[in-house]
Design a protein around this ligand. Structure first.
Ligand SMILES: *[C@@H]1O[C@H](CO)[C@@H](O)[C@H](O)[C@H]1NC(C)=O
Ligand SMILES: *[C@@H]1O[C@H](CO)[C@@H](O)[C@H](O)[C@H]1NC(C)=O
Ligand SMILES: *[C@@H]1O[C@H](CO)[C@@H](O)[C@H](O)[C@H]1NC(C)=O
Ligand SMILES: *[C@@H]1O[C@H](CO)[C@@H](O)[C@H](O)[C@H]1NC(C)=O
Length: 484
């Protein structure tokens, strides 16, 4: 009686377990999955069967760790779990885990439904403007609960169906199809390559942030330089994109062109072509216009131009252009601004003179760029430089302590963009007075000398005159002699 009750209870629990234990696994053709054993880990024999609890036997094992497998390459034991590799179309269906002891030869302790997942994977890269459609579906005709299926965009947005008519580089990246069925979540990542993505390596941090080579003018960047810091005009593509991807899209021409700018901000003249990339196997830059900007190794996807120091005439717009068959163009503009310090009236001053120092690129700085002055160490300005530092410093009276290098730096957050330096020479005021005194003294001395000279000459002339008269009186005999 007791045994019977126990058996019934066990049977009921097994039935409940069997009913509630259907697990769903979503997988694509070619994937590998692991079917976990039932939670009750007490058995004499365990069988994995396909189709029904009495169906095709795939694997067995006993409590003494003896085991056997049907198709060695397809199925394998991993502990008490069954591993299915390289899933094929006929592997989708329901798997049953049957255990004996409790003896339930025809009742599964667990059943696992392997459901086919179909995720489209765009194989070839896209050019901006082409269309992108992504599909994600499950094949589960008799499924009672339909899973919730959606996509996550590269920047984490959730969307249901995907058909992008005109892709931009924003669509570049990893897309995730999420199939959600209660607690069960399956994430499938696919990667979409849009050939427009370029990277801009920042010279100071060596971290890269994406810039986009795009037909849209919204993506543009400004690089700052000065005659005492490096110039970098960045253009490179993402590390996972190669020239082969561009060649597959019939790339025809790659070149740099430059539109110089005069300080007032007006573009002067038409664009000049600086470099053209020869797209044959040599992959070398040909120089079109004399320039001392240096190119990098284009084979590594780095199309940047650099030089050790910037120059005033670097100011302008640099365009990296890629032309494809059919007239499609990818272009990227990098604006170069040159920071300069202008000293008014001059960089050479006399202590006490007023001075205006202006640090500027000739254009308004964006609101996220801060300017910072670094006066020479011994300089003590009064009034001190107000915070935030203005572009124009007005110093009512310079001191000799202000002599030396004045640096003006542009910052974007904690990132230094560029810095310019000017060297001021300040003569002490005292020396000027001393100069005046010395000059006057010299003048006085010269005057005295002249006076002495004149006086001396006069005296000499007088003396000669006297001697002359004395000599005239020498010849006639003095009268006094006759008396004696
Ligand atoms: C997957 O879905 C796509 C689009 O819905 C379809 O064209 C393709 O035939 C499906 N692939 C398989 C293997 O079912
Ligand atoms: C590059 O793009 C800009 C903005 O879209 C456009 O005005 C310009 O004409 C393009 N340059 C070339 C050479 O196509
Ligand atoms: C660099 O520019 C500063 C003004 O910003 C100027 O005073 C200095 O003479 C320039 N140096 C050279 C080497 O041209
Ligand atoms: C400095 O700037 C102020 C205000 O713009 C101006 O009035 C003054 O004449 C300037 N001084 C010099 C020496 O340039």
């Amino acid at each position: 009686m007791k045994n019977l009750i126990q058996s019934v209870l066990i049977l009921i629990s097994v039935l409940i377990a069997a009913k509630g234990a259907e697990e769903v696994i979503y997988a694509q053709v070619g994937e590998r999955v692991i079917l976990k054993p039932p939670a009750v880990d007490k058995y004499k024999y365990m069988y994995w069967r396909f189709g029904s609890p009495q169906g095709i036997q795939l694997a067995w094992r006993n409590y003494l760790s003896g085991n056997g497998i049907d198709k060695e390459n397809k199925f394998a034991w991993s502990g008490s779990s069954l591993v299915i590799s390289n899933i094929e179309q006929n592997n989708f269906g329901t798997y049953y885990c049957v255990t004996s002891d409790p003896p339930s030869d025809n009742l599964a302790a667990k059943q696992v439904k392997l459901v086919k997942l179909n995720v489209t994977n765009p194989s070839s890269p896209l050019l901006p403007g082409e269309s992108l459609s992504l599909a994600c579906s499950v094949e589960d005709s008799q499924g009672d609960q339909k899973p919730n299926i959606y996509w996550q965009t590269p920047n984490g947005q959730k969307i249901k169906n995907i058909l992008v008519k005109h892709v931009t580089s924003q669509h570049n990246g990893k897309w995730t199809c999420v199939v959600k069925n209660g607690e069960n979540e399956k994430h499938t990542q696919i990667s979409v390559k849009v050939l427009g993505e370029l990277l801009c390596m920042h010279k100071y941090h060596y971290s890269s942030f994406p810039l986009y080579l795009d037909l849209s003018p919204a993506f543009s960047s400004t690089q700052y330089t000065s005659n005492s810091s490096r110039i970098t005009i960045p253009c490179s593509f993402a590390p996972d994109i190669t020239w082969e991807h561009f060649k597959a899209k019939d790339i025809q021409e790659v070149y740099w062109q430059f539109s110089p700018k005069i300080p007032s901000g007006v573009i002067s003249g038409g664009p000049q072509r600086l470099f053209t990339l020869s797209l044959q196997d040599s992959m070398k830059w040909n120089v079109n216009q004399h320039t001392d900007l240096k190119t990098q190794d284009p084979k590594k996807g780095d199309l940047s131009l650099t030089r050790k120091l910037g120059k005033e005439e670097d100011r302008g717009d640099y365009e990296c252009i890629m032309k494809f068959k059919g007239g499609k163009i990818l272009n990227r503009t990098v604006r170069v601004e040159v920071l300069q310090i202008i000293s008014s009236p001059r960089p050479e001053l006399i202590s006490g003179q007023p001075l205006n120092l202006t640090c500027s690129t000739g254009n308004q700085l964006p609101s996220d760029v801060q300017l910072k002055w670094s006066p020479p160490k011994q300089s003590s300005l009064s009034p001190p430089i107000p915070d935030p530092h203005p572009a124009k410093l007005t110093i009512p009276q310079v001191h000799t302590g202000d002599e030396g290098e004045w640096e003006c730096t542009l910052w974007q957050g904690s990132k230094q963009l560029t810095s310019a330096v000017i060297t001021l020479k300040i003569e002490p005021k005292l020396s000027v007075w001393m100069l005046v005194i010395i000059c006057s003294a010299a003048v006085v001395v010269i005057l005295i000398l002249i006076l002495i000279f004149i006086f001396y000459r006069r005296r000499q002339r007088k003396m000669r005159h006297l001697r002359h008269r004395l000599c005239q009186c020498k010849n006639p005999k003095p009268k006094g002699f006759y008396r004696t």
